[in-house]
Design a protein around this ligand. Sequence first.
Ligand code: AHR
Length: 329
Amino acid sequence: MVKKITAALGAVLLAALAACGEGGSGSAGAGGGAGGGGGDDTITMGFAQVGAESGWRTANTKSIQEAAEAAGIELKFSDAQQRQENQIKAIRSYVQQKVDVIAFSPVVETGWDPVLLEAKRANIPVILTDRAIDSEDTSLYKTFLGSDFVEEGKKAGKWLVENTTGPQRVVELQGNTGAAPAIDRKKGFEEEIGARDDIEIVASQPGDFTRAGGKQVMEAFLRSTPNIDVVYAHNDDMGLGAIEAIKAAGKVPGKDIKIITVDAVKAGMEALAKGEINFIVECNPLLGEQLMELAEKVVAGEEVPTRVVTEEGTFTSEQAKAALPDRKY
Ligand code: AHR
């Protein structure tokens, strides 16, 4: 009898110890999770999104929310409305709430070190998603999941070099100033068009990745810049805004003025299929599933690659027609 009671007590003690251990890895996090997740195994992620500026962003947010739910990760989500100070506030509040992992898509490249140092000191791992930061201290984040924006710019420039003859006067609609995709897509494009002396960027302004911004800047270009041959827009939304401005000026988008964009969201692909856009470089917003997998690993203290590059292609009008029926976003 005494033996049986001792064995039973031993089993209860072991089970309790095991439970403590599990709770510790889920919340205290061998990989640096801070342990605010609510005392059970559920991982809590604080996600600081850029905003809701484009079709791409809407698809990206949906992908993250759905993937978190599917993975059983508790998601605390904030929308910074394209303002860095809002993102910094959100990250700081996630640190105070002691989430297990912080993920964010930085609205601009610079100025993150102080807040990321706070996360590091609180032992909360950080994952960069979609956009990178410009910092010498790579210990401030575990990994960066997203596209190669320079490569996207190169693909856009290469298409122009290979698919036009004679002088090309290009106007460029940039993303928001200081954002990684705006900087890198410009750089990649300029590198490629350097192969031809007769392709020139004659005007370049930020349209902030929004349709309204693209329309407004294009209207100004049409007033101020003669003989525009090509619009290079850093995303579909700005390209769609430019189409409105071009039509309002009595010109035919895709014919009188060629349009190259980046993203390949549904509305962009529809315009491409109609011939109003001439070429789209894909930027994949469906990062949710990969992000949750990385989050689970960093919270568990597992090694992850410091850079995970998204695979993506390009679309001509014919390819857009073929792809549209199955397009998810
Ligand atoms: O960072 C990705 C970019 O941000 C997308 O190309 C653009 O549409 C978005 O706003």
